[in-house]
Design a protein around this ligand. Structure first.
Ligand SMILES: Cc1cc2nc3c(=O)[nH]c(=O)nc-3n(C[C@H](O)[C@H](O)[C@H](O)COP(=O)(O)OP(=O)(O)OC[C@H]3O[C@@H](n4cnc5c(N)ncnc54)[C@H](O)[C@@H]3O)c2cc1C
Ligand SMILES: *[C@@H]1O[C@H](CO)[C@@H](O)[C@H](O)[C@H]1NC(C)=O
Ligand SMILES: *[C@@H]1O[C@H](CO)[C@@H](O)[C@H](O)[C@H]1NC(C)=O
Ligand SMILES: *[C@@H]1O[C@H](CO)[C@@H](O)[C@H](O)[C@H]1NC(C)=O
Ligand SMILES: *[C@@H]1O[C@H](CO)[C@@H](O)[C@H](O)[C@H]1NC(C)=O
Ligand SMILES: *[C@@H]1O[C@H](CO)[C@@H](O)[C@H](O)[C@H]1NC(C)=O
Ligand SMILES: *[C@@H]1O[C@H](CO)[C@@H](O)[C@H](O)[C@H]1NC(C)=O
Ligand SMILES: *[C@@H]1O[C@H](CO)[C@@H](O)[C@H](O)[C@H]1NC(C)=O
Ligand SMILES: *[C@@H]1O[C@H](CO)[C@@H](O)[C@H](O)[C@H]1NC(C)=O
Length: 618
């Protein structure tokens, strides 16, 4: 014990020497890197005054919707959206030199800042985000501006994989087995695992359950170097009964180091791993800044699409398939604008229904909460942007992982939802976190006590909510944003699940490991709960969760897969029920939400979907 303590003290002392003032060792003279740093500073500066759009007018200019469309040509396949799924599909289809593909993406190329996972939150206030919010709700998001949680979605090459946290977590084997049990033959974990492995290029050697990983894929997955805290943070969970290991392996409930989409230090988004390598293929035509407003349908056949780019309307035709990969929010909108959706909903807006399907319903998402904070007597990272990027260049924290994540584990609460626990390292949280999360002035202020250089936080994530949300139309006008009703915590069992796991986590500050590293627990002020309910009482935690719980950005289920068209939108081959050649391949098709983060599941779904398409057309 004494030894452990003193060696840690030495480490910390050592750290001070390195970071304290001698940090210039990280800097080097290289005009290209200087240029990279200044581009990133510029991008961050732009976020300060950036106003997110409130509609899609930018694509339409002053043009009349009835404008005659210009012909954009004929292709075998049209893919709508170059996001996580769309990028994978494009890459795999272009392996067939005979196929011609049109890839249509509303956003621009992913910017330089996207390379750095730890700077991801800066992209929320930029044109890489669609800019949605939830509709107002009385059960959740109560501490957000207008009681509406922010709901970022990636826009641009790579879609949400270019702005996300980059954390790699597939969920449990049972999640996929359940898809199969629900009638989706071929989607069990046994059938899905080869597709997880297909894209993965695992580069880490600690905490790895090798049988469950792929090593020859195109998408690198890695674990960042340990910080001086990592070991003790993991030890604390071991004291509480966890064993150390790979949460993407046989047993998800282990405590382990988080795995990331990382190619050395660089974000391995879909843009990086799947799209950029195919950009110069002659059978690909990619059009950016192009907003798809409709799929052309005759009978049971999708013939092509309509899209808008800089005030010009285009139409393009597909001879084989139209593949919708616009994500769990936008794919439902495009389907509904094309006449595929709940009949009554379509008629309400004067849209002629071509198929009555439960599009937009059954939205499931994860809910996050920053439950517990700890402060240390040390400054772990006090570098400015320049220093942190110079450290990043050498593949050193804090910016290599998203949120400077240190550890992850999972709790099973029996008949309630499973809960994920994320340990966020210094700089992963900051005094600005309330504003990044869109909290109102009261709660922005509460979170200003957070010290970026010396604090860590424990986040909890509700993984299988009973509450169900919905995506619907605001109008029949493609200029309008869709409406997103997150509807978190409308079922109290969801609060109960988080509360139960938080009770376990409160034991962290009684562990020897936390004592050794000098972690002091503190709570942020909750003006609507403190003094009204006894601190740490169940009512107080429920109040805390309703005010400061925030969106997980893992929407799925809005075009879910199944065999019954009353309850699902696509069949187990991802074809829209009743249509010959129209598929949806994105997060929306998940029949039930997975107990991981969603990007890995989406890549797997897209890998499998690409094989369905090839099998049908080769
Ligand atoms: C901030 C944030 C953090 C996240 N963190 C993680 C994480 O750490 N780990 C994880 O596993 N998951 C994470 N996720 C979730 C994960 O990124 C998504 O589940 C996944 O990217 C969804 O993939 P998709 O293909 O369904 O949609 P997307 O990747 O969102 O792709 C949809 C694409 O379609 C384009 N598009 C949409 N509508 C149109 C249109 N009308 N015309 C043309 N193009 C259109 C969009 O611009 C976008 O490029 C996060 C998400 C966000 C937003
Ligand atoms: C979303 O909410 C933010 C405030 O949090 C606001 O600035 C923005 O305009 C809202 N966007 C829409 C589309 O309502
Ligand atoms: C893509 O198609 C458009 C419209 O037909 C055409 O103008 C453009 O040259 C094509 N681009 C490529 C790279 O083939
Ligand atoms: C490519 O297309 C040609 C003509 O349609 C066909 O003969 C050939 O078999 C195709 N090749 C592949 C690999 O599909
Ligand atoms: C929220 O509660 C208020 C007051 O009880 C009520 O007027 C309002 O309709 C509710 N809003 C929603 C979205 O349920
Ligand atoms: C671009 O195409 C050429 C051959 O046409 C190929 O050698 C090169 O590797 C390609 N670049 C990328 C990034 O794929
Ligand atoms: C969950 O199970 C426990 C014990 O079996 C029971 O007491 C509790 O009421 C159940 N809760 C719910 C929400 O079903
Ligand atoms: C954060 O903590 C460090 C170390 O205790 C301290 O030096 C620094 O002043 C604190 N910063 C703020 C903004 O309180
Ligand atoms: C745990 O944290 C609280 C502050 O939230 C503190 O009052 C308490 O003394 C701590 N317990 C231990 C054992 O450190």
């Amino acid at each position: 014990m004494y030894l452990a303590t003193s060696s840690l003290m030495l480490d910390i002392l050592f750290l001070f020497i390195i970071f304290g003032k001698a940090s210039s060792q990280y800097f080097y003279n290289n005009p290209q890197f200087d240029n990279f740093v200044s581009k990133i500073s510029e991008t961050i500066k732009c976020t300060e005054n950036y106003q997110l759009p409130i509609n899609n007018n930018e694509y339409f200019g002053n043009s009349d919707s009835n404008l005659e469309a210009k012909d954009y040509g004929i292709f075998d396949f049209i893919i709508i959206g170059a996001g996580t799924a769309g990028g994978v599909i494009a890459n795999r289809l272009l392996e067939i030199s005979n196929f011609t593909v049109l890839l249509v993406e509303a956003g621009k190329e992913d910017p330089e800042i996207s390379k750095v996972l730890g700077l991801g939150p800066n992209m929320i206030l930029s044109d890489s985000n669609w800019g949605y919010n939830f509709t107002k709700n009385n059960n959740s998001c109560l501490g957000s501006i207008n009681q509406k949680c922010l709901y970022p979605r990636g826009k641009g090459l790579g879609g949400s994989s270019s702005i996300n946290v980059g954390f790699y977590a597939r969920g449990k084997a049972e999640d996929y087995d359940r898809w199969e049990t629900l009638g989706n033959n071929g989607w069990s974990y046994k059938d899905s695992l080869p597709y997880f492995k297909k894209s993965e290029k695992a580069k880490f050697s600690v905490d790895i359950d090798r049988k469950f990983h792929g090593f020859d894929g195109v998408q690198p997955i890695d674990i960042p170097e340990d910080s001086i805290l990592t070991k003790e943070l993991i030890n604390a969970f071991k004291e509480l009964g966890k064993t150390e290991g790979d949460y993407n392996g046989y047993d998800q409930y282990k405590i382990g180091r988080p795995q990331f989409y990382l190619d050395y230090n660089t974000r391995a988004s879909t843009a990086h791993s799947f799209i950029r390598p195919i950009l110069n293929k002659s059978n690909l035509n990619i059009t950016l800044e192009s907003y798809v407003s409709k799929i052309h349908i005759t009978g049971n056949t999708a013939n092509g699409i309509e899209f808008w780019k800089r005030g010009v309307k285009y139409s393009a035709r597909a001879t084989k398939e139209v593949i919708l990969c616009a994500g769990a929010i936008n794919s439902p909108q495009i389907l509904m604008l094309s006449g595929i959706g709940p009949k009554s909903e379509l008629q309400k807006f004067g849209i002629n229904p071509v198929a009555d399907l439960p599009v937009g319903l059954n939205m499931k998402d994860h809910v996050f909460h920053s439950s517990l904070f700890y402060r240390f007597n040390n400054i772990f990272y006090d570098g400015d942007l320049n220093e942190n990027l110079n450290r990043w260049r050498l593949n050193k924290r804090p910016l290599t992982p998203g949120f400077n994540l240190e550890a992850v584990t999972y709790y099973n609460s029996q008949n309630l939802s499973d809960v994920e626990v994320l340990v966020i390292g210094p700089t992963g949280i900051s005094p600005k976190m309330g504003s990044v999360l869109g909290f109102n002035e009261d709660y922005r202020k509460s979170f200003e006590v957070v010290n970026e250089t010396s604090d860590i936080a424990i986040f909890v994530v509700l993984l299988q909510p009973f509450s169900t949300g919905k995506v619907s139309l605001q109008s029949a006008d493609p200029r309008d944003f869709p409406l997103i009703d997150g509807n978190y915590f409308s079922d109290e069992r969801d609060l109960e699940a988080l509360y139960t796991v938080i009770q376990q986590l409160l034991k962290l500050n009684t562990t020897k490991s936390f004592e050794r590293i000098g972690a002091k627990q503190y709570m942020v002020a909750l003006p609507d709960c403190d003094g009204i309910y006894a601190q740490f009482s169940k009512e107080w935690w429920f109040c805390n969760l309703r005010y400061t719980g925030f969106a997980g950005y893992h929407a799925c289920g809005t075009t879910r897969m199944g065999t019954n068209p009353k309850e699902s939108v696509v069949n187990p081959h991802l074809k829209v029920h009743g249509f010959r050649n129209l598929r949806v391949i994105d997060a929306g098709v998940m029949p039930t939400i997975v107990r991981g983060h969603t990007n890995a599941a989406v890549v797997m779904i897209a890998e499998k979907g690409a094989d369905f398409i090839k099998n049908e057309h080769l």
